[in-house]
Design a protein around this ligand. Structure first.
Ligand code: ZN
Length: 155
């Protein structure tokens, strides 16, 4: 069976950047199961998996714009340090992840600079602007069950 819209796909993957850093891998652990066509994977990966079958094992390259998007330099926010409370009384550290409230709900941001009175936060996804490679091995492909379609995810 070829991967098509609403297939449930089980695969192992290793995600690396152009710089050669391994970001994430399922190898040696549980493989990933996902429902094709609902946007669970990044668009460029989902598009390239369409039509593939069990046993497909290849390195799939995805450009930044088809992955987590280009970096948006306007997504940098400077907030006053006062009133800015990291969770669990943690010290502010460069690179730490914090949650901000926005009109669209909570968003994640990363501390990129700590000044005397202010904190600079980056709202870009940490992988924004990066070309990614996925070393993929497809283990199973099947049609989604009714309940999976209702829930919008693989069981
Ligand atoms: Zn469910």
């Amino acid at each position: 069976m070829k991967i098509q819209d609403k297939s449930v796909v089980t695969m192992h993957y290793t995600l690396t950047t152009d710089e050669g850093d391994t970001i994430d891998s399922s190898v040696g652990g549980e493989p990933l199961s996902y429902l094709q066509g609902v946007g669970m994977l990044i668009p460029g990966l989902e598009a390239q998996l369409e039509g593939k079958e069990i046993g497909f094992k290849e390195l799939i390259k995805v450009d930044a714009k088809e992955a987590y998007g280009e970096r948006n330099e306007e997504a940098m926010h400077t907030l006053p340090k006062s009133g800015f409370k990291p969770e669990k009384d943690e010290e502010l550290i460069i690179g730490m992840e914090v949650q901000l409230d926005s009109e669209q709900g909570p968003v994640l941001a990363f501390v990129t600079e700590i000044k005397e009175e202010e904190v600079v936060l980056d709202l870009n996804h940490p992988l924004a602007g990066m070309n990614l490679s996925f070393d993929v091995e497809i283990i199973a492909v099947r049609a989604a069950e009714k309940e999976e379609l209702e829930h919008g995810h693989a069981h």
